[in-house]
Design a protein around this ligand. Structure first.
Ligand code: 13P
Ligand code: SF4
Length: 332
């Protein structure tokens, strides 16, 4: 049956209040394609005793339509550890699902598409970390959560873009190895006296922004407030009014209420925040994360119907990786 055939009057009526909130970012033409899956997923969640965690880069029909918990990588990790339901569906990329499983191993953690990777996670292997340790004996390894569990297992402590400076400084050492994002490493180095030894990974979405993009935006949209993710090159961060994790950008908009704003990051982020602040003018040049976009409503519905794909972790890796993530969560 096609999705439109499932768009019965009953589904339309149940979904009408939700569409009222999303009409700013989802065209009326697209809604009959989304509503039946949303309706089915809300039912399946109850039947499966499942909660849906969604990253800020998920599309609005997922973020606002079916998610129970939304946030940046740090918030999703914290919340995953607290989930009491039997099943967690992680709408985000693979390392996020692994982190949820690490922190709540007794739960079934489903990822709707196992191909949802990350250029940062792909940029480094456990063997690379072991080589770095041999090259810099005694220097602790701080690992961005955008890495595989196997890489986390080789690390002393994890961090996210929301707590990286705090984590680096919490170690009380003069220098750290910081992997794998060279731009996040440079942006952290600008905010601390701790010496940072970086790896050469990059986010394929954020590395495409350049300082000229920001200057062009300011010329075309006078008075615009520019917020950038710290995975952007330092020259971009230097041109921005504020840099922070996806949650920090959201909080900035909520507190400062700029009249006109641009979020220099993945595309869906602006859509999701725009739904919450209809009075703010969002300028939307953005880059798509192809990995985040692998997660779709039909994929989530299929995951809950079939209870696939469940994330599994080798016990030898899981214990050490969990310790590195838990150490991060203890840093306040
Ligand atoms: P946040 O932790 O800021 O949400 O970032 C995750 C991510 O993948 C950014 O590209
Ligand atoms: Fe990875 Fe970049 Fe996509 Fe985030 S936006 S998941 S860092 S590729």
């Amino acid at each position: 049956m096609s999705a439109h055939a499932e768009y019965t009057p009953a589904v339309a009526a149940r979904m009408a209040p939700l569409y009222g909130r999303l009409s700013r970012v989802i065209p009326a033409f697209d809604w009959p394609g989304f509503a039946p899956d949303i309706d089915a997923i809300l039912r399946l969640k109850r039947e499966r005793d499942a909660v849906i965690l969604a990253h800020n880069y998920q599309t609005p029909e997922i973020f606002h339509g079916i998610a129970d918990i939304t946030g940046d990588s740090l918030a999703l990790a914290r919340e995953a550890a607290r989930v009491e339901a039997s099943v967690i569906v992680l709408c985000g990329v693979h390392f996020m699902a692994e982190t949820a499983k690490l922190l709540n191993p007794a739960k079934t953690v489903l990822i709707p598409d196992t191909r949802a990777g990350c250029s940062l996670a792909d940029s480094i292997t456990p063997e690379d970390v072991r080589l770095l340790r041999r090259r810099y004996p005694g220097v602790p390894v701080v690992t961005y959560v955008n890495t595989s569990a196997a890489v986390k297992a080789e690390s002393d402590i994890c961090c996210t873009s929301g707590n990286a400076v705090k984590v680096v400084e919490s170690l009380g050492v003069p220098r750290v190895i910081f992997i794998p994002d060279r731009y996040l490493a440079a942006n952290v180095a600008a905010e601390t006296k701790v010496e940072i030894i970086a790896w050469q990974g990059a986010c394929e979405v954020h590395e495409r922004f350049g300082p000229d993009d920001i200057r062009g935006l300011r010329d075309r949209h006078p008075g615009v407030t520019v917020l950038a993710h710290p995975e952007c090159p330092p020259e971009v961060v230097a041109e921005a009014d504020f840099a922070g994790s996806t949650a920090a950008m959201s909080d900035y908009v909520a507190k400062q209420r700029p009249g006109r704003v641009v979020l220099v990051t993945e595309c869906s982020m602006s859509d999701n925040v725009a739904v919450q602040f209809p009075e703010i003018d969002f300028i939307r040049p953005c880059n798509l994360c192809p990995h985040m976009k692998r997660i779709t409503l039909p994929g989530i519905r299929h995951a809950l119907e079939t209870m696939t794909e469940a994330v599994t972790l080798a016990p030898a890796v899981a214990g050490r990786a969990r310790a590195a993530v838990e150490r991060m969560l203890e840093v306040r």
